[in-house]
Ligand binder design. Sequence first.
Ligand code: AMP
Ligand code: MG
Length: 330
Amino acid sequence: MIVLGIESTAHTFGVSIIDYDKKKVLSNIIKGFTTKSGGMIPAKVADHHVENCDSVISQAITKAKIKESNIELISFSQGPGIGHSLRIGAFAARTLSIKYDIPLIGVNHCIAHLEIGRALTKATDPVLLYVSGANTQVIAYDGGKYRVFGETLDIGVGNFLDSFARFVGLGFPGGPKIYELSLKSKNYIELPYTVKGMDVSFGGLLTHLKKLYKSEKYKLEDLCYSLQETVFAMLLEVSERALAHTDKKELILGGGVACNLRLQEMSDKMCKDRDAKCFVLENRYNLDNAAMIALLGAMMYKEGRIRQNIKDTEIHPYERTDDVNVTWRK
Ligand code: AMP
Ligand code: MG
């Protein structure tokens, strides 16, 4: 089954074509909104997606060496995400579906991160540490749903990194720049460590870091090193408890922050210490991408027997991971 997926939950507009039965990604085109100053202004991001929508779709089709008439399913990110961005992807998906008379299905973006992790690694029943710009959740399957075992109580860890980077003039996205600077230091500065039960929070830490930076008493590289050590330890404390609680033996990292090599190293160590296995995807499948959207669409349509009518494809900006009934997993 040839599936076209569209991703547009935030700053990335992506289109991918997969051959579901042959388990092959035929194309995976990504166009990301970037800015040197400021952050993501929703209306500007939507303009970016509108400007790039047609060319990204054509590139994906050309690269996959298929014709529109070969596509058997269209799948798109229905939520959660920024309404302005989601609307453009949903609109493009509906248009293609109506024009070429192809079935259409909207999927949950967070679950797509987990399913591509299962599809591309040997993990079968993992805990997902999903760390992206807007989202930070520890997710695992239990009783017919993907349950959220822990999450951020305020901003996502990626937003935390990007906000600090913007404050100190590093630009957007800030995660990779903070990582580069962190490599120049081994000088740990004590920082607030906020784990509450199974949840984490970054707002207080961000305020504290801004104060330390403004005091001009600390080197930026020491702050970058220390903040990474602190927030990654917080995330892994919760992930480890989720592994213990669910008795699962596999951890997958997903989301843009999963590209961070220090987080990967710390995750691997935590897993080894408790006889679990840590799986990391290639960066292009950690970042927001449409291959995972196409994949989840195919699973829901083929294994889960879910079909949607156009009228059921309105976007769900606030959809929760555990709102979705997982009908496609045996
Ligand atoms: P996503 O929302 O999943 O596309 O992820 C975007 C987020 O990933 C942004 O907040 C980036 O700053 C962050 N990011 C990307 N690469 C890295 C990296 N190497 N280290 C830390 N954060 C990263
Ligand atoms: Mg994501």
